[in-house]
Structures are given as C-alpha cells and as structure tokens.
Design a protein around this ligand. Structure first.
Ligand SMILES: NC(=O)c1ccc[n+]([C@@H]2O[C@H](COP(=O)([O-])OP(=O)(O)OC[C@H]3O[C@@H](n4cnc5c(N)ncnc54)[C@H](O)[C@@H]3O)[C@@H](O)[C@H]2O)c1
Length: 348
C-alpha cells in the first residue's frame, strides 16, 4: 500500500505503458514502480509520473512492500514464470494476453493462484468494447435464437520490422504468429459468444515475413451447441484491415468490425430498420464515441486495470480469471496442431 491506496507496479514497458497510464489515472490505486531491462524506458515513465521507482530486476521489485498488484506485460512465454513468482511473493497479478503460450503454463498460474489465495486477472480488454455489451446480451438472452454460424476474421498488417524485435514470430517466445498474438483477442470473443468448441480443422502458412511461425491461419470450427464458425487471421492484409465479428442465429444477425457495429437485424424487432438505425447511431463510432456519450464507460486497458484494483480492494473475483483465459490458448494450440498434422482436433 502507498498513501493508503493499493500499490501498483508494471513489468514490461511495451504495451505495459497502457497499464502505467491506467494505474496512474485511477484514484483507487497509486503507481509505485515499473520494471524493464531498458532503463531509458523506465526513466521516461518516471519523468511522466514523478516518484515512480524503477527496477531492472523483477526479483528485486518483488521485495518492495509498497507493491500489491503487478501487471505482467512481458513477452508471452514469460507470463507464467513471472506471474507465479509474483504470487509466491504475496503479490496479486494482472497478466497480459495470451495468459501464456501453452495450456500447461496457464494452468501453473491457476495452481499458484489457488495455492497462494491471491487474485489473478487476465487482460482480454476487447470484451469491454462498448459494442460487446448489447451483442453479449442478444446472445445470452436468447434473442439471437439458436446460433447457426459465426465468421471471424482478423485481417491486420505488420511489417518485417515488427518481427525483428527478438521474440515476435518465434515459437519459443510468441508461441505462434498472427493467431496467438494479434487474433487471440478475437478467439477469446468467439468462444465467449459461441460457447465450448467441439473441433478445429485448420491450415496455416508464412506468406510475407521472414519468421518461424505463421502469418496466416484459416480454420473451420464446430461448437458443442452444433453451430460452426470460420476463423481467419493474418498480419499480411496491407495496410491493416477489419476485424470481423459476425454472428448469425435463427433469430437475427449481428456484424461488427472490432468495436464498431455494422449490422443489427432481429426477427422480433417491432421495426427492424428503426432499431438497426438507432443501434448503428449509438455504436458505429467505436469506443471513443461511446465513452464520450457515457462518461461512466471505461474501455481498453483502463477497464482491466481498474477491474483488478477493484477486485483486490472489494474482495471479489476479477472479470477474467485463468481458467477462462486458458480457453483461447487451448483453441489456438488446437489450430496449430491441426495445421501441422492435417488432422481435425476434437475437444473433450
Ligand atoms: N492487450 C493488448 O492489446 C496487447 C497489445 C500488445 C501486446 N500485448 C501483450 O503484452 C505482452 C508484451 O508485448 P509487447 O508488445 O508490449 O512487447 P515488447 O517487446 O514491446 O515489450 C516487452 C518489454 O518487456 C521487457 N522485458 C523483457 N524481459 C524482461 C525481464 N526479464 N524483466 C523486465 N523486463 C523485461 C522488454 O525490455 C520490453 O520493454 C505480450 O504478451 C503481448 O501479447 C497485449
């Protein structure tokens, strides 16, 4: 604790900078420290937020009694090792996506969570996109009817420089390419919206980068509900195109591009066109427009940082716990296994 507030620290100052800003801005916690191998990155944070301590050594930071929560924003294959160490040192953790690159590593975090009794949240901030609330409600209330088909497509672009940073696009540290790094958010949304996966059949390849892993995957996915989905991911779609999230049920159809609603049609509407127009008005500006019209709305990393702080202070579970986050990793690993072996992978 610092100044009577939850003490927050961030390890890894790539996307970790978004955690830093969120912690500095939230009035229920105090930014205490950052940790990175590059002092210059930490100095920038300390000059922006004076008083922030800097640690080149994660183990040293763990001894700091002012720290209650640590964001683990390190390369993906380091998540479990560092999260478990932090839990064993008595800290609570917020782990970046993917929770780690294998199911086994993710389960080590869950085991340490149970053993230490500490709080663990996982970042899948796209669940908190403003448009996801009505979409999830339409699914959970049954308004969309029996789910028939989902189409999910993450058509992004990364140039070679992105992959030349020492860990992106490696099996050992990234755990894969476009699917586990960029598209895992959408894999998470797919399973959150469509339920348990029954089977996966996939292909993948390397098209436009000098990397070990894939830069394109394409999968046919079936669900225990009987529905099916296609899921594609790539980092070759110059200059970086849409993230299609499209759901079709017997009661209606929903189409979104990331946080922007594109189509909203329901058979039970009193006036389909009026309802769609109203929904598109409200949700076609994405998160920024939604936050402007509703100041209580918090999206992105800020929503996840606030959630873990609130969970620790209020003694409740965080929004996304390890056993929920492992589901997308299990699907990702099945896609890679299917693409490598040519076989359909069936889930228990
Ligand atoms: N939720 C999101 O939208 C989102 C966006 C980008 C990245 N991520 C995830 O965040 C994680 C980090 O990705 P990134 O793009 O920020 O990577 P990055 O390479 O830009 O940043 C990682 C940082 O960790 C530091 N680091 C490495 N080893 C360290 C160690 N032993 N001790 C302290 N610091 C160490 C590096 O110096 C670097 O500054 C990945 O798991 C990635 O999947 C999530």
């Amino acid at each position: 604790m610092k100044n009577g507030k939850i003490g927050y620290a961030v390890a890894g100052l790539g996307v970790g900078k978004a955690h830093v800003d969120a912690a500095a801005e939230y009035d229920r916690c105090e930014l205490v420290a950052v940790c990175d191998l590059i002092q210059e990155k930490m100095d920038k944070v300390a000059s922006r937020y004076p008083g922030t301590k800097t640690y080149l050594d994660f183990d040293e930071m763990l001894k700091d009694p002012e720290i209650d929560i640590i964001s683990i924003a390190l390369p993906s294959a380091m998540h479990a090792d560092f999260a478990v160490k932090a839990l064993e040192a008595g800290k609570n953790v917020l782990v970046e996506k993917p929770i780690d690159i294998t199911v086994e590593a993710a389960l080590r975090i869950e085991e340490a969570r149970v053993r230490t009794g500490k709080t663990v949240g996982v970042v899948h901030q796209n669940r908190n996109n403003a448009v996801m609330k009505p979409i999830k409600e339409a699914v959970d209330s049954g308004r969309i009817g029996k789910q028939v088909l989902g189409t999910f497509a993450v058509k992004w672009y990364r140039d070679q420089r992105y992959y030349d940073n020492g860990w992106h696009g490696t099996w050992a540290m990234d755990g894969g390419g476009s699917l586990i790094n960029q598209a895992v958010h959408t894999v998470d949304l797919m399973q959150w919206l469509m339920g348990d996966v029954a089977s996966v059949h996939s292909t993948m390849g390397i098209y436009n980068h000098n990397i070990e892993t894939e830069d394109m995957t394409a999968s046919l996915i079936t669900f225990k509900s009987g529905a099916a989905a296609t899921f594609v991911s790539t980092t070759c779609a110059y200059p970086g195109l849409s993230t299609d999230i499209q759901l079709y049920g017997t009661g209606g159809s929903i189409e979104a591009d990331a946080d922007i609603l594109k189509r909203w049609r329901f058979a039970d509407s009193e006036d389909e066109e009026d309802e769609e127009e109203e929904m598109l008005d409200r949700y076609s500006g994405g998160n920024r427009a939604a936050e402007r019209s509703d100041p209580t709305l918090v999206t992105g990393h800020a929503s996840m940082v606030r959630d873990i702080v609130d969970a620790v202070l209020d003694g409740r579970d965080p929004q996304i716990m390890p056993l929920e986050a492992v589901k997308s990793v299990r699907i990702v690993r099945a896609v890679y296994e299917s693409a490598k072996t040519g076989k359909t992978i069936y889930f228990d």
